[in-house]
Design a protein around this ligand. Structure first.
Ligand SMILES: NC(=O)c1ccc[n+]([C@@H]2O[C@H](COP(=O)([O-])OP(=O)(O)OC[C@H]3O[C@@H](n4cnc5c(N)ncnc54)[C@H](OP(=O)(O)O)[C@@H]3O)[C@@H](O)[C@H]2O)c1
Length: 360
């Protein structure tokens, strides 16, 4: 595989730091530029991050420490000149973010984004690589709208849905009618550690702004279809969610209830999970887990501390599949929110884009 020069926009943040760790030894991608806000611009990565480095057991990769940060909004042309594409994970207002990502795309710098701003732009693919790689075809329509030759935006979905939507996906053939999902979300999902958010120790907060809307609507785009240059959301299933913040450092758990048109057996569901593989597994992408969905027979699994790092934090863990009194079945899912759910999912998406020639 060809080598690509990569930029990280929002490199100083929680997700940006994850990108730095994941890309330090990447076989295809070499980080050549970094950007953050004007507060960090002109500083070295080491100085700009300072005490915010979030990973006690994994130091900042030495090769990035002396990179001098650009201002993400002011230095677009400079960034675009030094990279083949950029990852983007910044905390900004949605309209500003939409404009920022489009400005990079129009500067012919493809953007692989963690941000939610463009998730419902109809010609922007929102891709979980194992589930809906076919949505990448919409990029041609997007490029026409933007008037670009190689610049485009591709996004990953919200971290909350990456625990339960992969588990539901191979069951769609049974006609999923209704889904109820309660998510129990880690504090790193808010860009926080316990040191920076001591109020979360011994606590639970029953509200994460905007999360329930994302958790209910984003699966429908992932399961949508391309019609007339747009991705049209799937009409079903009906999804309802409650999203809670819990005192866990990393790993979002979801308790899922599901009703089918044609109810499968427990054995069929377990067999579907065991057999499920997507294009990333076929292409052997560097960050693709070998087994995407791991089913645990033990009644007390999956657990965040034990199972979130399975296959480099890129696998989804499932357990406790059983009949329900109201729905057909219920089960519990877990995925690592800053790996599979954020930076890792974006790196896998970029690998898919690279393998399919979108960065050439
Ligand atoms: N954490 C997760 O698990 C997760 C999962 C999925 C998606 N996301 C999304 O990823 C994005 C980043 O999240 P995070 O948790 O990494 O946030 P974070 O730790 O608060 O980091 C925010 C980053 O944005 C930069 N930034 C802030 N204002 C900016 C501006 N005006 N111009 C340019 N850069 C600016 C910051 O730079 P400075 O250091 O210079 O301030 C920093 O690099 C958000 O959109 C979030 O919703 C997060």
């Amino acid at each position: 595989m060809k080598q690509f020069r990569v930029g990280i926009i929002g490199a100083t943040g929680m997700v940006g730091q994850r990108f730095a760790l994941l890309l330090a030894d990447h076989p295809w991608f070499k980080v050549t530029a970094m950007a953050a806000s004007s507060r960090s611009a002109g500083k070295t990565y080491r100085d700009a991050v300072g005490a915010r480095w979030a990973f006690k057991d994994m130091p900042m990769p030495e090769q990035f420490a002396d990179i001098v940060l650009y201002d993400a909004g002011q230095d677009i042309e400079k960034m675009a000149a030094e990279v083949d594409f950029c990852f983007c994970a910044v905390d900004m207002k949605k309209d500003e973010l939409r404009a920022l990502e489009e400005a990079y795309a129009k500067a012919e710098c493809p953007i692989v984004s963690n941000n939610s701003a463009h998730r419902f732009t109809p010609d922007v693919p929102m891709v979980i690589p194992e589930l809906n790689d076919e949505h990448l075809a919409i990029i041609e329509s997007q490029k026409k709208r933007l008037g670009t030759k190689r610049g485009f935006i591709a996004v990953k979905s919200n971290c909350s849905i990456q625990s339960y939507v992969p588990a539901l996906h191979p069951l769609r053939k049974y006609g999923i009618k209704e889904v109820l999902a309660c998510t129990y979300q880690a504090i790193s999902g808010a860009g926080k550690t316990f040191e920076r958010w001591p109020e979360m120790v011994d606590n639970l907060i029953p509200y994460i702004g905007g999360e329930e809307e994302k958790s209910e609507q984003e699966p429908l785009k992932v399961w949508g279809s391309i019609e007339n240059g747009q991705i049209v959301k799937a009409a079903s299933p009906l999804i309802t969610t409650q999203c809670l913040r819990v005192p866990v450092a990393d790993g979002h758990t979801a308790a899922v209830f599901v009703r089918f048109e044609n109810k499968p057996t427990i054995e069929q569901i377990k067999a579907d999970w065991a057999a499920f593989r997507g294009v990333p597994q076929d292409l052997e992408l560097p960050h693709a887990p070998k087994q995407f969905i791991h089913y645990f027979e033990e009644p007390d699994r999956p657990q965040a501390r034990l199972d979130r790092n399975l296959e480099g934090g890129m696998a989804v863990s499932v357990g406790r599949l059983r009949e329900d009194t109201l729905f057909d079945y219920k089960f519990v899912c877990l995925s690592h929110n800053t790996l599979r759910g954020a930076a890792g999912g974006a790196v896998e998406l970029a690998e898919l884009l690279a393998a399919k020639g979108y960065f050439d």
